[in-house]
Design a protein around this ligand. Structure first.
Ligand code: FMN
Length: 266
């Protein structure tokens, strides 16, 4: 998308959320925010960042997400916060993202996504937004995802509306550190999206964990472990392939799992 905006003659800055400041938002002619989908909603740090913005007085904005098939409220959560701050939402875009998750029942979904086709669609969306803005059209973009403009009431919209971080803490196991493996590299503390880990001198988790398991997935020493047990069954029942097929955002021909792995091609 950044390349496509650049090709349309715009200067683009891509800033990780943890480094973004209010000035980055308010000084731009157009502001976009992107997130991976988390439990059919936008993750707490993203919602918090948007709700902490000052009044944006018609600031033009767009929302983007990647999702593992059940996007639910992810786009609209960001739209809602932006509109609350008085921003003008031009439109939204969603691409499939490969799911990396410690519970085997959902790991590896949508292999290789976003693929070349998804990226071409993303570039097309950016080009359309750039043209829309240059022409100063007052309405939303016709090519926008509808669920970015209006909240839905489907199964995964309801999941996204009702599951809180506190419920995730109750339902899902907390990552536990194996001290004998940890080499105190700090990567988990630096990358934790909710700044829940401090080194004392080994990583210690406070009580803000949202169970995204990023620490587990990025640890070079494989020093975190979880016992999924019953929680895995809950994930399985909510996010199993049948539910994605029934209530998710699956297009005909979309491959949910790699053939011969946990094979399901829709
Ligand atoms: C903790 C966790 C929860 C997730 N919940 C959902 C979900 O509810 N719905 C969904 O469509 N994808 C879900 N995903 C999949 C991610 O959205 C997907 O892996 C991500 O968009 C990939 O983005 P990336 O390519 O930028 O890593 C979840 C992933 C993780 C790790």
């Amino acid at each position: 998308m950044a390349n496509a905006f650049g090709q349309a003659g715009h200067t683009v800055e891509v800033i990780p959320l943890k480094k973004a400041s209010l000035h980055n938002v308010t000084s731009a002619d157009l502001f976009g925010i992107a997130t991976p989908c988390y439990v059919s909603q936008a993750p707490t740090p993203v919602k918090k960042f948007l709700s902490s913005l000052p009044l944006l007085n018609g600031q033009r904005s767009f929302v983007i997400a990647t999702s593992g098939g059940c996007p639910g409220r992810v786009l609209y959560d960001m739209t809602y916060e932006l509109r609350n701050r008085g921003a003008f939402l031009v439109g939204g875009f969603l691409a499939r993202g490969e799911v990396r998750y410690p519970a085997k029942c959902i790991d590896g979904r949508f292999p290789g996504r976003p693929n070349a086709e998804d990226l071409a669609e993303a570039a097309q969306f950016a080009t359309a937004v750039a043209e829309h803005i240059s022409a100063s059209y007052p309405n939303t973009l016709t090519g926008s995802r509808k669920d970015a403009l209006k909240a839905g009431l489907g199964f995964y919209d309801i999941v996204g509306m009702t599951i809180s971080d506190g419920m995730m803490r109750l339902l899902m196991p907390e990552p536990k550190l194996d001290l004998s493996r940890c080499n105190q590299c700090q990567r988990c503390a630096v990358e934790c999206p909710v700044d829940n880990i401090t080194l004392q001198p080994y990583p210690v988790l406070a009580n803000r964990c949202i169970r995204c398991y990023h620490c587990y997935m990025i640890c070079p020493q494989k020093a975190f472990k979880m016992n999924f047990g019953l929680a895995n069954l809950i994930v399985k029942s909510i996010y199993n392939v049948t539910f994605v097929r029934w209530f998710g955002d699956i297009k005909p021909g979309d491959e949910i799992y790699r053939p011969n792995a946990n094979t399901t091609t829709y």
